[in-house]
Design a protein around this ligand. Structure first.
Ligand SMILES: Cc1cc2nc3c(=O)[nH]c(=O)nc-3n(C[C@H](O)[C@H](O)[C@H](O)COP(=O)(O)O)c2cc1C
Length: 210
């Protein structure tokens, strides 16, 4: 599917077909495609918990203000952002850069220091949290557009209690949960509601200066 068609067709659907699972191979391919998202210093500071088991989806629904789509969608993803993505992910990124000839081995240590210079040394800082969440959000958007390309529907959700989700699914305290994403198929017999309000371009675009 053409990417413009996928962007135009992507909607946050309310009614998923509870009878239809998401093929695990397709889900894996979707996650691989989403993982092509850009990230600062290519650090990819995200993890994803995939839920396809009915009982686990029920458990998540109880942490998400009882939103039915959490249980009804074939799969639900818990997106996890990692403020420690700098120290935890930098080395294989640099190794690959050297292997590809983009980086000279003698420049490795200097380059390794760059993301620490930009985002700081403290994984609990606001700067590190923003780093993790902004990159995870790009992964999420890539995933939702790609899902449409694979004939799937999605729904991102902020309506959940992060502390409860962390406790229920074993997520370490220093991670953040930017959103949940339901993935599945539209329930037969239901129709998409008309697209909601979008701000006119003149409202949010500021040529040359804010
Ligand atoms: C980060 C984020 C969190 C959201 N959280 C919820 C949610 O908890 N429950 C819900 O019904 N919709 C949620 N939405 C969906 C929005 O309401 C929806 O994207 C918006 O109304 C535009 O509709 P569209 O995605 O179909 O274009 C969320 C969307 C985003 C991006």
């Amino acid at each position: 599917m053409n990417v413009l068609v996928a962007i135009h067709e992507r909607r946050s659907i309310q009614f998923f077909d509870p009878q239809r699972e998401v093929d695990p191979h397709l889900l894996r391919e979707l996650l691989e495609t989403a993982n092509l998202a850009p990230s600062s210093f290519n650090l990819q500071p995200w993890d994803v918990i995939t839920l396809q088991d009915r009982e686990n989806k029920k458990k998540l629904r109880a942490c998400a203000f009882d939103q039915p789509k959490v249980e009804e969608a074939g799969a639900v993803l818990i997106l996890v952002a990692n403020p420690r993505g700098v120290e935890e992910h930098i080395d294989p990124v640099l190794d690959r850069m050297i292997e590809l000839g983009y980086l000279k081995p003698e420049a490795r240590e200097k380059t390794r220091g760059m993301p620490f210079g930009l985002y700081g040394q403290d994984p609990d800082s606001v700067s590190r949290k923003l780093f993790a969440v902004k990159n995870a959000a790009l992964f999420a958007m890539n995933l939702m557009v790609a899902a449409r390309g694979y004939g799937l529907e999605t729904h991102p959700m902020d309506g959940f209690q992060e502390d409860k989700v962390k406790e229920a699914f074993g997520i370490p305290q220093d991670r953040l949960v930017p959103m949940l994403i339901a993935v599945g198929h539209l329930k037969p017999g239901t129709q998409l509601l008309p697209r909601g309000y979008r701000r006119p371009v003149e409202d949010f675009v500021h040529p040359e200066r804010f």
